[in-house]
Design a protein around this ligand. Structure first.
Ligand SMILES: Cc1cc2nc3c(=O)[nH]c(=O)nc-3n(C[C@H](O)[C@H](O)[C@H](O)COP(=O)(O)OP(=O)(O)OC[C@H]3O[C@@H](n4cnc5c(N)ncnc54)[C@H](O)[C@@H]3O)c2cc1C
Length: 304
């Protein structure tokens, strides 16, 4: 990347918002990943669209990152630019029973804000460690809830840089997917969520109950990206992996969690290569034992 491009990006996001040769392990819950050539953290829509326009014009590859809780970044890092939509892009407000939020807000903060407003419907999301943008992209869900149920409309930048707003029912939400996953280079900017009036005590009680269930079943003390695989139709990935005798199975610094076989954890300074090989070994064994293909839910990005 030329000095001129770096200078032009600095002019857009400021010096504080631009990081050269940035270690990606700092930006992922797996705590794994080589360096990105450049990482920028825009703080408003204008910065996002100006940066995307420049990168498109100069044909520099870019990817969007939220909280990095569903990605495995390769050990050789990421060529081009990572646009991190995070804390600096996380305003939210309530209008009646509608929440309006920027996509970089963490789901935990958004769920807490809903609770403070006495709004119900987001309890399921309080323990998912992603941003609103990542949750919309993935149609994140837990304990019977999913983003699909609460999204009123989403505003995003199309891959051509056009700002567009679509209704929830136009988002093509499916199991851990959405229309945004089909548009390489689109950036989710903000969202309106349709919630209901609720009793704050009941909302809090449900959140605490779900947090307790999560804590007792999931290895939250170790770096991971949550469930490694999607749920195969008619089965549970964790149960298949456990029944294949793979609990605790290890490749290098990565292992199948002893607490929940559906989680691959980085318990001994794993490399991305370790995690990827472990995923392949799990897939082979489950295929051989049960004839079921496990599809990763985790996204592989960058160079391995
Ligand atoms: C301990 C743990 C528990 C988890 N539990 C759950 C769970 O219960 N349910 C569940 O569904 N998931 C769960 N996850 C997975 C993860 O938290 C979700 O998939 C979350 O929605 C990802 O959000 P993120 O901001 O971290 O996205 P990232 O991991 O940063 O990105 C995921 C994908 O979304 C894209 N993306 C992110 N932000 C934007 C944006 N603004 N515009 C366009 N594209 C964007 C990225 O390019 C990438 O392809 C868990 C993860 C962990 C570590």
């Amino acid at each position: 990347m030329t000095e001129t491009i770096k200078q032009r990006l600095t002019a857009i996001v400021g010096e504080q918002g631009l990081h050269l040769d940035e270690p990606m392990w700092r930006h992922t819950t797996f705590r794994i990943g080589g360096n990105a050539d450049l990482l920028i953290e825009p703080t408003c829509e204008e910065q996002v669209s100006a940066a995307v326009a420049l990168l498109k014009q100069e044909q520099i590859p870019y990817m969007i990152l939220g909280n990095g809780s569903n990605v495995l970044v390769g050990d050789k890092g990421i060529r081009g630019v990572v646009i991190k939509i995070g804390n600096g892009f996380s305003a939210c407000e309530a209008e009646g029973t509608t929440l309006i939020a920027q996509s970089g807000i963490k789901l935990s903060r958004l769920a807490k804000f809903a609770l403070e407003q006495g709004l119900t419907g987001l309890e399921f999301a309080a323990g998912i460690p992603g941003t609103l943008g990542g949750a919309l992209y993935m149609n994140a869900g837990a304990y019977g809830g999913e983003m699909k149920q609460v999204v009123k409309e989403v505003t995003y930048l199309t891959p051509d840089g056009e700002k567009k707003t679509i209704l929830g029912e136009e988002c093509e939400f499916g199991y851990r997917t959405s229309i945004f996953a089909k548009m390489d280079g689109c950036v989710i900017l903000s969202c309106k969520l349709d919630l209901g009036k609720g009793d704050p005590k009941e909302i809090l009680a449900l959140m605490e109950d779900l947090a307790e269930r999560r804590c007792s079943k999931q290895p939250l003390n170790l770096p991971s990206a949550g469930s490694t695989f999607k749920r195969p139709e008619g089965y549970f990935a964790g149960k298949l992996i456990q029944d294949a005798g793979l609990m605790g199975f290890r490749v290098g610094g990565a292992s199948v969690s002893e607490k929940h076989a559906g989680f691959v954890v980085n318990d001994q300074e794993a490399t991305a290569k370790d995690v990827r090989m472990l995923i392949q070994e799990i897939q082979k064994k489950v295929q051989a034992d049960f004839g079921v293909h496990l599809e990763p839910e985790v996204k592989f990005v960058g160079e391995f």
